[in-house]
Write a protein of this length. Structure first.
Length: 343
């Protein structure tokens, strides 16, 4: 792909998200979402491979259906109220359609089936973009319409996504699919808290982006497409240690940053007397923690004189990834800043 084409596609990707996040008119928000979708399609399918074409097709059909539902929802709302303002109260029918559309956009259960397949059919860098940047525009819509969405529906979708993300991720051996189910589980936590406190949801989104970017950067640097390829202690001991800490942070263990949003979300759910929901979310995090610890074991605990699980990978040229220096501190060391970030 030529530099000019890459620049146009990347600028369109950024512009679409910014338009959606900054608009108060439903048509402008829809235009931003469509720009976002059309810009990512060439990035997914630039590999001349049938799996990449399949991933691009699945992504396009899912996102186009979700965008059509958003347009249908806004049309119903404008029909009844005469306004296209995003922040105005919506009718029950448009609220339900909007909730379904945002669920499809984010890959939340039960409309999550496209996300693992799309990530598996793309490169690691493209999977990183889909897991982080592509989630910003739908989350901006969630922030603007949190008062109009059905809180019961969001809570049920959040609980189901957290359980599905943990349960289905236990059976995976491909690192991209594991990160996809990790994304489903994390956005389940965000959906559960979004009707109550959007500031905690945004904090959770920030920490998720930092942790996911750090993890994908390490997978890109070590070329680890499967679990067996993650045994890199002999070649990269410092990176392996950071991978261990990042995985534990994704699992939500203190004193790492990933513990902060889960702690705040469970605290708020208990304050709202949603004891059963908080219990289900806490138990579902144990499922996610299981496959994070399995990755941790493969990565760091298979040392000599144990028999290695894989042959050593040849690296003729050492590679560095600049994102690690900016994302690792935030992914690991933000827990003491909790009082400042939640004010």
């Amino acid at each position: 792909m030529s530099p000019t084409t890459t620049m146009i596609i990347m600028s369109s990707l950024a512009t679409g998200t910014i338009i959606t996040a900054s608009s108060f008119h439903w048509l402008m928000a829809w235009i931003g979402l469509e720009m976002n979708t059309l810009a990512i399609i060439p990035i997914i399918s630039k590999q001349h491979h049938p799996r990449a074409t399949e991933a691009a097709t699945k992504y396009f059909l899912t996102q186009a259906a979700a965008s059509a539902l958003i347009l249908f929802s806004s049309t119903i709302n404008a029909w009844h109220s005469g306004m296209w303002d995003i922040t105005q109260p919506t009718t029950p029918a448009s609220s339900i359609l909007l909730t379904i559309a945002i669920t499809m956009k984010l890959g939340l259960a039960p409309t999550h089936f496209w996300l693992p397949e799309v990530l598996q059919g793309t490169t690691m860098t493209t999977a990183l973009i889909i897991s982080t940047w592509q989630k910003l525009a739908p989350m901006a819509l969630v922030c603007q319409t949190a008062n109009n969405l059905s809180p019961i529906t969001l809570l049920l979708v959040g609980l189901l996504s957290a359980c599905v993300g943990g349960w289905a991720g236990m059976n995976q051996t491909q690192t991209r699919k594991i990160m996809a189910y990790s994304s489903i589980a994390h956005f389940g936590w965000m959906a559960a808290i979004s009707p109550m406190l959007t500031n905690i949801m945004l904090l959770n989104l920030l920490i998720y982006i930092l942790m996911t970017t750090s993890m994908f950067s390490m997978l890109i640097m070590t070329k680890s497409n499967t679990i067996q390829n993650m045994a890199t202690w002999a070649a990269l001991p410092s990176t392996t240690t950071l991978t261990l800490l990042t995985l534990l942070s994704l699992g939500g263990l203190p004193p790492l940053s990933g513990f902060m949003p889960k702690w705040l979300i469970l605290n708020e759910l208990i304050n709202q007397n949603l004891i059963l929901s908080a219990t289900i979310l806490a138990l579902s995090s144990l499922l996610s923690l299981f496959f994070y610890l399995r990755l941790t074991y493969i990565t760091t605990l298979t040392l000599a004189p144990n028999t290695p699980n894989t042959t050593y990978k040849w690296r003729f040229k050492p590679t560095t990834y600049q994102l690690l220096t900016t994302t690792i501190p935030g992914a690991l060391l933000m827990l003491p800043m909790t009082p400042t970030l939640t004010q």
